[in-house]
Design a protein around this ligand. Structure first.
Ligand SMILES: [Zn+2]
Length: 178
């Protein structure tokens, strides 16, 4: 093998490896990639900052499903568990205010057209109450910002929705009662 041939062969090998790397990268970039970082479920602090995360189990009420969560301190473990228990207890009330009551209000609003605004705007109050009682905004958000901040955000959103509902009813809705 001449030295030129050798160089060519080497270049070829390098080329194929590069192509392989590129194609793998392309395949990867097309797939949804979720980087799972171990974080405290309550405050969302992650590992370099926290040396060791506690792993805990939570058994859902009336269900066989077990949830696993990580905590940075026993205090945050305790708070997470308390909230999960609270969420279990109030989940049906949450569903009622977020889905059942709004559908009923919407139906009434269309049945009694002269009160369409007052019943329609009451939906804001129902959604607001649901969120203020049980501020569930979704698992992805909790994973990103932690349960503590997600709960605060949910309750603030709930109160804002209630205020908007009351203002709308007082300004537009009541006019139709007269
Ligand atoms: Zn924490």
């Amino acid at each position: 093998m001449s030295s030129e041939e050798e160089t060519n062969q080497l270049t070829d090998e390098v080329d194929t490896t590069e192509e392989k790397v590129v194609s793998e990268y392309q395949v990867d970039s097309e797939m949804p990639v979720e980087v799972i970082e171990p974080r405290c479920y309550w405050c969302s602090k992650a590992k370099p900052e926290i040396k060791e995360l506690l792993e805990s189990k939570y058994q859902k009420r009336n269900q066989e499903e077990i949830e696993f969560f990580l905590s940075c301190t026993p205090e945050h473990e305790n708070r997470t568990e308390k909230f999960l228990r609270f969420a279990d207890k109030f989940y049906l009330i949450y569903i009622a205010f977020m889905f059942v009551v709004p559908v009923i209000l919407l139906a009434i609003a269309f049945i009694i057209p002269q009160h369409i605004f007052s019943f329609g705007f009451s939906i804001f109050i129902s959604l607001g109450l649901g969120l203020a009682i049980l501020p569930l905004l979704g698992n992805q958000l909790v994973k990103n910002i932690g349960l503590k901040r997600s709960n605060l955000l949910g309750r603030i959103l709930g109160v804002i929705l209630i205020i908007i509902g009351v203002i709308l009813i007082l300004t537009f809705g009541l006019a139709y009662f007269e």
